[in-house]
Unconditional design. Structure first.
Length: 276
């Protein structure tokens, strides 16, 4: 298996640094005014599995950079996931997408994602799933994923459980922010998982499992300025669901900035809990 640290792209900028060079766990800082190499603490690493280019880390990307992560995307279905070492990166994030977590017959790479997640979760290493990522985590933990009763697309609040209010999701309380929902599938709560949040349409909106797994059916990571790409890329789905793009755009401009702040606060607290 090849090392996940091979080929990391270092994101974020530091005015004191002109180069960051690392090989596996060795890193060196080179300053503008001093060519002498000084050993520094290795950067934290994050692997981000992406299914659509416009469904990215959103507001979470700059936060990871600020917290000292070197992170990179892997494109599901394009990049080879089978040779990776699942427990090597400090953080794994699995993002959303328009396919079903149960459609391995149409999208065989899903089997590789599930295998990676099964091994990652078994090691109880920090793992964050969003939308399809949450559904894949649920499947990897033995739960059923299936089509729900209706499309849930738009901005609605979360209803936190007592466990959710005592967790980093307290920043996403319905008195503080709405979140973006964009899905039609749902999942059973995995055995041993703790339910953190529900919505009006779907009971299972967020859960935690073990020490290191956090899954969101909704989208706490989105930035309102990026959502025009979603409206274009999902034009057929929106039309089929009779959803008004002008209304979604207006809601995104009105509610998105608050979610960006609260989502970053939620992730900040969760990363701190993970020692990251």
């Amino acid at each position: 298996m090849r090392s996940l640290t091979a080929g990391w792209g270092i994101r974020g900028k530091d005015p004191e640094i002109t180069a960051l060079i690392h090989r596996n766990t060795d890193m060196w800082r080179v300053s503008r005014n001093d060519t002498q190499q000084e050993p520094v603490k290795p950067m934290k690493t994050a692997l981000v599995i992406q299914h659509l280019t416009f469904e990215d880390l959103g507001s979470f990307g700059p936060l990871l950079s600020q917290r000292g992560f070197a992170w990179r995307y892997l494109e599901a279905g394009i990049d080879d996931l089978t040779s990776l070492v699942p427990d090597e990166p400090d953080l794994v994030v699995v993002l959303g997408g328009p396919i079903g977590a149960y459609e391995e017959d149409r999208y065989p790479f899903l089997a590789d994602e599930l295998c990676l997640l099964e091994r990652r979760l078994a090691a109880d290493r920090p793992t964050l799933g969003i939308c399809l990522g949450a559904q894949l985590m649920a499947r990897a933990l033995g739960a059923r994923v299936y089509p729900g009763p209706a499309k849930e697309i738009g901005w609605k609040p979360l209803h936190l459980t007592p466990a959710g209010r005592a967790s980093p999701l307290a920043h996403l309380d319905d008195q503080l922010t709405s979140v973006l929902h964009w899905h039609g599938d749902t999942f059973d709560l995995p055995a041993g998982a703790t339910l953190l949040a529900s919505s009006d349409l779907y009971r299972h909106q967020a859960f935690t499992w073990g020490r290191g797994a956090l899954a969101f059916q909704c989208h706490p990571e989105v930035r309102s300025r990026d959502l025009e790409r979603w409206f274009i890329g999902n034009a057929f789905e929106l039309a089929a669901a009779s959803r008004s793009v002008p209304e979604l755009r207006a809601d995104s401009l009105r509610l998105g900035p608050t979610l960006e702040r609260q989502g970053v606060r939620c992730l900040t607290d969760w990363l701190a809990q993970q020692g990251l």
